[in-house]
Design a protein around this ligand. Sequence first.
Ligand SMILES: NC(=O)c1ccc[n+]([C@@H]2O[C@H](COP(=O)([O-])OP(=O)(O)OC[C@H]3O[C@@H](n4cnc5c(N)ncnc54)[C@H](OP(=O)(O)O)[C@@H]3O)[C@@H](O)[C@H]2O)c1
Length: 318
Amino acid sequence: MNQTKIGLGMAALGRPDYINIRSNTNIDKSVEVFKAIAFKVLDESYTLGIKDFDVAPSYGLGEQFLLEWNNSRNHKDVNLSTKFGYTYVANWEIGFSGKHEIKEHSISKLNKQWEVSKAMLPNLKIYQVHSATLDSGVLTNEAVLSKLYELKQEHNLKIGITSSGTEQVKIIEVAQKINFDGDDLFDSYQVTFNIFEQSCFHILRELLAKGKTIIIKEALANGRVFKNDKFFQYESAYDYLGHLSSKYSVGTDAIALRFIIDHLEPSVILSGASNSNQLKENLKALNFELDKNEVSKLKLFAVTPHNYWKERSHLKWN
Ligand SMILES: NC(=O)c1ccc[n+]([C@@H]2O[C@H](COP(=O)([O-])OP(=O)(O)OC[C@H]3O[C@@H](n4cnc5c(N)ncnc54)[C@H](OP(=O)(O)O)[C@@H]3O)[C@@H](O)[C@H]2O)c1
């Protein structure tokens, strides 16, 4: 039986601006409104059976919202994950024109961010290197790797990486070899995988066979799976997704999520829902199954990692 769970990612819930493909961005972006929506979506998620929640220090007030929610609800059966390596610098300024998050994979950044994130213990179960890359040197930084291993042992945490970009496979290959006296450092991999970006399929299946936790992010290609005139190259994918949506009476999001469940069978797929309605629509992915032919047809819509990530780099934050 398929064991894939849907989790909730906080990237769109903790800060006013994020990648948005939709045209209607005319919403109240005050901290109070965002906090109320975040709490509502967190509570509804829990009620609807979601137990996995993912955040990062760079998701604006996301860590703070999740921590407050965790402390006030006191659920004993939730798995929280967060990350180190990126810092939020947009200061809740709507339409901030610079980079919203700054990357730094140093030991001092790890120590500093851990001091904040550790407040989520004992529900904090996975601690991840945020966007590990080969060029940041994080995967060869002895001080960082040793500290992560120390945290793993001291707090019974799973240590993970998240990956993005054209080199996801290479990054995972390097990360999976890192061990301390034969004990793998990394037990969890948070990776981008969706209808258009399927390059990690084989390596993720291998990791699953080894018992590693595989968490899928950007399962909806940041919203690009929804029919959109700006992305004419996906026209045939949109037509087929539309056909499957009608057949199963669910939205495109549920079809795109179900493709990942039926094809890859990861441990968790993160919903990036920014409100309750999206959450409920996303969860419909758990109520039906695609047949083998449908999965095979959807596999054909993958584009090259080069094209996928080039397009991703041009998506606007608003
Ligand atoms: N490097 C990393 O570690 C990293 C990077 C990215 C994401 N993540 C994690 O993965 C999670 C999910 O990724 P993601 O949010 O970036 O990408 P995603 O799941 O591919 O896209 C989510 C977006 O799709 C739209 N959407 C979802 N359901 C919808 C529906 N029913 N109808 C219309 N639009 C819908 C929403 O856009 P609108 O808000 O515009 O409506 C939502 O923000 C994040 O929250 C985060 O936890 C991690």
